[in-house]
Design a binder for this molecule. Structure first.
Ligand code: FAD
Length: 390
């Protein structure tokens, strides 16, 4: 079946860009609204696993993404003086393929740029739906009507709060707050990293090239942390206070943090919902089913979710209700599994000075080894004639 729907996507992250790409290939007309002035280029690396690699392949992006592989190997667990006491096997933190998220988003945007209309520096203010469509008002004051609205706007999704209810109902915090940022690779790390753990705190620094920049992360155990999500200065003050007096490279990291251009801070949380669709509105990626960074699965999930949602919409023609149901049915087991991995990862996050034996056991029990293959990827042939632009 073919479809010619007019679809609005909120969010130009991994899920939103991949969805724009696939919806266009299936014949929909797509508009993407993104709050940031341009596609965002975060400073951390994300993993791809299993079936997500097939989606990249079907987008002709597998080779370009492979070319970005950080190829980061085993990393060193270090004490307060920087002495290595154990080795963390790469299986614990890297997937089949690990790439810098900013570079990945750049590639996805290059693939999806000409396939959609982009409205940067704007966001949804109001959403009203009836039997025939969704009427939206943007913060810029413009109002428009679409056949469908997709929330691909991440953990703090605006579409979710406007359509399904307040964030607190769906977001399950895992008790970890994380800051990430880029910094000069002054340790000369080359395809490796160092990790430091002290009670309630953890930090690491990784680099995939001795000549390039490094990425640092500072993690804090905290159930309720009150701060303004848009106030970076306040977030950095909290981190500096909590990490004061710590060893290893922490003093230098706290200094570098203040001048980093890509500083990011947020809670590690799951998004748990009984359903991802309400009428003509549906959620994809972290907005609907975030598995938390501790799962290492969010990017794969966002990419697969976009592929399946677009494919099911194309398959079901005008019946978006059937499409949303099929999308949920295909994705749900996969999401449930990933969220379990996210919870387990959070539980062992601040394990003090783990021995080599413990680390090797964690690596041997990595979900890839013990619980492989949660999803069988359907093949949704794009509805374009061979020989026409795909
Ligand atoms: C520190 C860290 C490490 C991670 N490591 C990994 C890993 O190793 N492996 C892995 O698979 N995943 C990892 N993840 C998770 C991964 O980054 C996300 O799960 C994935 O990017 C989800 O994509 P998304 O498109 O759903 O959401 P996002 O990437 O969050 O994109 C959402 C987009 O929506 C935009 N937006 C937000 N609000 C609005 C609004 N109101 N209006 C318009 N636009 C809006 C945002 O600006 C953003 O562009 C990590 C995440 C973090 C934070």
């Amino acid at each position: 079946m073919t479809t010619n729907k007019n679809v609005l996507i909120s969010g130009a992250g991994v899920a939103g860009l991949a969805l724009a790409y696939w919806l266009d290939r299936h014949g929909s007309r797509v508009t993407v609204v993104e709050r940031a002035p341009r596609v965002r280029h975060g400073g951390y690396a994300v993993d791809f696993r299993g079936e997500a690699l097939h989606v990249l392949d079907r987008m002709d992006l597998l080779e370009p993404v492979r070319a970005l592989d950080t190829k980061v190997g085993d990393a060193a667990m270090v004490d307060a003086e920087g002495r290595q006491y154990a080795t963390l096997p790469a299986e614990v933190f890297a997937g089949d393929l690990e790439v810098p998220k900013g570079e990945l988003t750049r590639l996805l945007y290059a693939a999806a740029r000409d396939r959609a209309e982009y409205l940067f520096d704007d966001s949804l203010l109001a959403v009203e739906q009836d039997a025939d469509g969704v009427h939206v008002t943007f913060e810029s004051g413009v109002s428009r009507r679409f056949d469908l609205l997709v929330g691909a706007d991440g953990l703090h999704s605006r579409v979710r709060s406007l359509t399904f209810g307040p964030e607190e109902r769906f977001v399950e915090p895992l008790g970890i707050h994380t800051a990430v940022f880029s910094l000069p690779n002054y340790l000369g790390l080359d395809h490796t990293g160092q990790l430091y753990v002290s009670p309630g705190k953890a930090a690491n620094m990784f680099a995939d090239d001795a000549a390039g920049p490094a990425r640092a992360a500072l993690h804090l155990a905290a159930e309720d942390l009150e701060y303004d999500r848009h106030d970076i200065g306040e977030q950095q003050r909290i981190i500096a206070e909590r990490f004061a007096g710590e060893g290893w490279e922490i003093p230098r990291l706290l200094t570098e943090m203040r001048t980093a251009e890509d500083f990011w801070f947020d809670t590690n949380a799951l998004v748990v919902m009984d359903t991802w669709a309400e009428g003509r509105v549906v959620l994809v990626g972290d907005a609907g089913y975030c598995a938390a960074p501790t799962s290492g699965r969010g990017t794969s999930q966002a990419l697969l979710g976009a592929y399946v949602l677009a494919g099911e919409l194309a398959r079901a023609g005008d019946d978006h209700t059937a499409a949303f149901a099929a999308y949920e049915q295909t994705m749900r087991p996969f999401v449930t599994e990933h969220q379990a991995v996210g919870r387990e990862g959070a539980q062992r996050f601040f394990m003090p000075a783990p021995s080599q034996e413990v680390l090797d056991t964690i690596a041997a029990n990595a979900p890839e080894n013990t619980r492989p293959g949660m999803i069988r990827l359907p093949d949704y042939a794009p509805h374009r004639l061979p020989g026409t632009p795909g």
